[in-house]
Design a protein around this ligand. Structure first.
Ligand SMILES: *Cc1c(COP(=O)(O)O)cnc(C)c1O
Length: 382
């Protein structure tokens, strides 16, 4: 296989566009300077368009998990009742962070491949009127399921609880309306739909979340938002930020805004539709139903009798295309194709074509080209 010819199709880190790489190679500047403050201010203004919020947004030098821990550390006190809506590994992680902060966590697991059932949420909230915080995942990366944050937000808004949302793999690929949908804290990170290397986390904070944060009893230092808030109005950061990634983030936001956010979301929807059509045409089963399927990545069950990880090995070693493995209940039995961020129509054709060639090598019986054709039909709008 040719050196350096790789197609990274995992749900993070994702490929980085040349314009973003170029921006990150600019000379480093000091972070206590006017120049940095100006970049910081511009980034937050642009992020507010993506988040659809007027709330403060903190750009933290951290990962997605760091964003989740920031949300918990600032809003959950020991002994607080937390309702955790789990649809896969990342929902479990969010719950585990709350447990690490000694919350009393009520876990509601909807099962792999399913989305959050709003009727169950309504019932749980009625059963536990003292719930302080609700945890939800916008896009469950372990299965490729997208949850109805608008619906969850409407139910939580009827209660005094805060709604914290893990949008690490969703924001930038799938629309979210923080203010309108009542999301008190939205957490995301740089290395998924934002088309950047890993290293930045972004967290928005509503007024309601600020009130809770002020009196929160959990120990916190690096994750303390009040420490960041103290210098936020001067567009400073509490500690040294990843300056180069800030340059990159502005470049990626400029790309997204130039394309138009509606177009960005429509592109992701089209790529997801084409991928699903391609997979289906090969006779393989999808992890998620169409109703709740993610536009950012597609989870696929491996074919009967052929190990999903063996198949992924052929796809990677023979064709240079990397898919992600199954997680949790799907480990070893499925794989995930990411189509988020710096990804366009031909990437889907490469993915489906590589999948077909590996299936053919593994002895799976199907009509060669059927998946690519089905994806092409979708991309042609037929
Ligand atoms: C990737 C991901 C995370 C974890 O992010 P890290 O940057 O690896 O800490 C959390 N939640 C979701 C939904 C993710 O996709």
């Amino acid at each position: 296989m040719m050196q350096d010819k790789h197609y990274l199709m995992i749900p993070g880190p994702t490929p980085v566009p040349p314009a973003v790489t170029a921006a990150m190679s600019m000379p480093i500047i000091g972070h206590r300077t006017d120049a940095f403050a100006k970049i910081h201010e511009r980034i937050v203004e642009k992020l507010k368009l993506v988040f659809q919020t007027k709330n403060d947004i903190f750009v933290l030098t951290n990962t997605g998990t760091g964003a989740l821990e920031t949300a918990i550390a600032n809003t959950v006190s020991p002994g607080d009742k937390v309702l955790s809506l789990i649809t896969g590994n990342f929902g479990e992680r969010f719950a585990n962070i709350a447990k690490a902060y000694n919350a009393e966590v009520i876990e509601v697991n909807f099962g792999y491949g399913n989305d959050v059932d709003l009727a169950v949420v309504e019932k749980k909230l009625a059963e536990h009127p003292d719930v302080k915080v609700v945890l939800a995942t916008q896009n469950e990366t372990s299965t490729g399921v997208c949850n109805d944050i608008e619906g969850i937000g409407a139910l939580v808004a009827e209660t005094p609880a805060l709604l914290l949302v893990d949008g690490v793999s969703g924001v930038g690929a799938i629309e979210i309306k923080v203010d309108q949908w009542g999301v008190d804290m939205l957490c995301t990170a740089s290395q998924k739909a934002f088309m950047l290397p890993p290293g930045l986390a972004m967290v928005s904070v509503s007024d309601k979340a600020w009130e809770v944060s002020k009196n929160n009893k959990s120990p916190r230092f690096y994750f303390s938002l009040p420490a960041f808030k103290k210098v936020y109005d001067k567009w400073n950061t509490a500690y040294t930020p990843a300056v180069s990634l800030f340059y990159g983030l502005e470049a990626s936001l400029d790309m997204m805004l130039a394309e138009g956010l509606d177009n960005v979301y429509a592109r992701h929807a089209l790529l997801a539709k084409a991928t699903r059509a391609g997979v289906r045409a090969l006779g393989l089963k999808l992890l998620a139903e169409d109703r709740c399927a993610s536009n950012a990545l597609t989870g696929v069950w491996g074919p009967e009798g052929i190990g999903a990880d063996d198949l992924r090995k052929i796809i990677k070693n023979e064709y240079g295309v990397t898919f992600a493995g199954g997680q949790g209940a799907v480990k070893g039995k499925g794989f995930r194709i990411a189509h988020m961020g710096f990804c366009d129509r031909m990437d889907v054709i490469i993915a489906i074509s590589a999948l077909e060639m590996a299936l053919a090598k593994a002895g799976y019986e199907f009509q060669l080209g059927a998946g690519v054709k089905a994806a092409q039909e979708v991309l042609l709008g037929r």
